[in-house]
Design a protein around this ligand. Structure first.
Ligand code: AKG
Length: 288
């Protein structure tokens, strides 16, 4: 495969780009919702146990927010077949504007791709909200953080990715790093990818995000956002645990983050209270 031109792509083997998928009023409603939550700037590894060999602690490139279940970086993300236990912590449900996208995206997936690409029980029950932009260094100098390295998404079945704000250049690459397709993800677009070629064999990465584009007004301390991406995936329900059911190690790893979330989220405040309740027999960990 050779690099393709930027622009709409329809490949029945598992790639579909839908410009204008999000209506302007939905865009506004999604950004209004985002302004009311508290994205986290996670550390890549646990802050309460030794680092893995040859790794250095580092913050993620960007603030994130998860819905459906939260895959804390320090728990190692969802990575079947072996990395499924204690990776996904039950999180807030999707707000109304995102529910509407999910219903339409699921229907489009079933219309666009072969049934073999859609596992039994597949539904988009998980969303990673990525904020792309500049970290503001002391003195206000911006440091561009708007990229994602090459990776695969390991959740089973198709992935649906909604973009708001400045356009991003996404590239699909072979395991050896050759670019086989690149395309711009514009404001209000949807990208679907699925199947053995586009989702399972190829990697994808965000190479850069334009400096100019339709603004996304999401005020965050120390960060200037110019693009928001909502990546919807499917995690089997059996692999999603309420906070209170995490074992002591995983609970200690995420406790500080959950305390931070609980300051502005009723869902997380209740999860924290349920997990900290001595009647649950698990006690409380204060460590951050
Ligand atoms: O921002 C994007 O368009 C892609 C995000 C992504 O690759 C991911 O969240 O796994």
């Amino acid at each position: 495969m050779r690099p393709g031109p930027p622009g709409p792509v329809d490949d029945p083997r598992g790639l579909r780009l839908v410009p204008g998928f999000v209506a302007p009023a939905e865009r506004q409603a999604a950004l209004d919702w985002l302004r009311g939550v508290h994205p986290l700037w996670e550390q890549r590894f646990s802050t309460v146990r030794p680092l893995p060999p040859r790794e250095e602690q580092r913050p993620l490139l960007r603030p994130v927010y998860w819905l459906g279940n939260w895959q804390f970086a320090c728990l190692g993300y969802y990575h079947p077949p072996r990395g499924t236990a204690e990776r996904c912590v039950a999180a807030e449900p999707f707000p109304a504007p995102l529910q509407a996208w999910v219903a339409r995206a699921e229907a489009l997936v079933r219309r666009s791709f072969p049934p073999a690409h859609v596992p039994a029980g597949w539904r988009l029950n998980t969303c990673l909200v990525n904020l792309y932009g500049d970290r503001l260094l002391p003195g206000g100098r911006p440091e561009d953080r708007a990229r994602v390295g090459a990776h695969r998404d390991f959740e089973p079945g198709p992935v649906a990715s909604v973009s708001l704000g400045a356009r991003a250049l996404i590239q699909f690459t072979t395991p050896r790093g050759e670019v086989v397709r690149q395309q711009w993800l514009e404001d209000r677009s949807l990208q679907l990818f699925a199947g053995p070629t586009w989702k399972d064999r190829l990697f994808h990465r965000v190479q850069r995000v334009d400096r100019k584009g339709p603004p996304v007004d999401v005020p965050l301390a120390g960060f200037h956002t110019r693009r928001v991406n909502f990546t919807f995936r499917c995690v089997p329900e059996a692999d999603v645990l309420p906070l209170r059911d995490l074992g002591p190690q995983a609970r200690a790893d995420v406790w500080g983050y959950v305390q931070e979330l609980a300051r502005t989220s009723t869902f997380w405040a209740e999860a924290l209270a349920a997990a900290a309740d001595p009647a649950s027999g698990q006690g409380q960990h204060e460590h951050r």
